[in-house]
Design a binder for this molecule. Structure first.
Ligand code: MN
Length: 291
């Protein structure tokens, strides 16, 4: 990690580590790839989990995620292909469609189901878990939901397309999702062959890139250049600029960053609190139907 002082010049971030996801099964039998929240990368504060799913085999996704609880954090679902229906214990219901985002602040608790709204075809997308600070884990639940038409598309030099889901860019495109507690920036980038994306980055935030279609060329340690492939997650060093480029093929990736909370994490299944006692309380509250 690089030390940044207040007067430091631009310090480009580089990739300190590349992580591959592991096959996992969750919900009632959904096949997915767990990228954050697995032994090689238990968390990247404030990000607790990243699941990637991409399958055109109904048996991989049809079982879905029947009713289950969450407490203490946010679940962020971003779909590239397919449709998901969600329904929760407060009566909230809706369908997430391609290009749409659901940013669910579970906070003190919600019980919901997330089920594919399709019987065949491709289902592709991500679920990211974003932690909440201790002082806000027991806030009321809330949603920020936006369809593809509400997500601004920034066009850059070289034909680079930037979909801004959360946070803002140096060209003043502002994503619809707002979360002042962790200041997340969630970008979906499409890069034509040979094009480059450069963007200032909050120096103290943790940041990662997830390659949807590669390869992607990004600075590595000691002046090297790494080639990240489809489904690689690259963890960025601290620094104040992100730069990456496509090779000879069109590339697509997520670039996500957020402010670390630096708080103790006690996690158990669908609950993420600060202490074991709070975790036990979450299980008791769920069993006693206090969600
Ligand atoms: Mn869920």
């Amino acid at each position: 990690m690089t030390e940044i002082s207040d007067i430091a010049p631009i310090e480009p971030r580089h990739i300190v580590r590349v992580v591959e996801g592991i096959p996992a099964t969750d919900g009632a039998g959904v096949q997915l790839t767990r990228v954050i929240g697995q032994p090689a990368l238990p968390m990247l504060d404030p990000f607790l989990l990243l699941d990637a799913f991409r399958s055109d085999r109904p048996q991989d996704y049809l079982a879905g995620f029947p009713p289950h609880p969450h407490r203490g954090f946010e679940t962020v679902t971003y779909l590239l292909s397919g449709r998901m229906r969600h329904r929760d214990s407060t009566g909230h219901e809706g369908i997430i469609e391609p290009g749409g985002i659901q940013w669910m602040t579970a906070a003190r608790g919600i019980v919901h189901s997330e089920m594919p709204e399709q019987e065949n075809g491709l289902l592709e997308g991500f679920q990211l878990w974003v932690n909440l600070p201790a002082a806000h884990k027991m806030d009321p639940p809330a949603y920020q939901e936006y369809s593809v038409s509400r997500i601004p598309l920034e066009l850059r030099e070289g034909g680079v397309e930037v979909r801004v889901i959360a946070g803002s860019t140096s060209l003043h495109t502002v994503g619809p999702v707002v979360q002042p507690l962790t200041l997340p920036r969630y970008l979906d980038l499409k890069l034509p062959p040979g094009s480059r994306f450069r963007e200032p980055s909050a120096p103290q935030h943790n940041a990662f890139v997830y390659v949807i279609n590669g390869p992607l060329l990004i600075a590595g340690p000691a002046g090297s250049e790494l080639q990240l492939q489809r489904d690689d997650l690259g963890i960025f060093s601290r620094g104040d600029e992100i730069s990456l480029r496509a090779a000879e093929r069109e590339a697509r990736c997520l670039v996500v960053s957020g402010k670390p909370l630096n708080e103790p994490v006690a996690r158990g299944g669908p609950f993420v609190m600060n202490t074991r006692e709070e975790l036990q309380q979450a299980y008791r509250d769920f069993e006693q139907k206090r969600f």
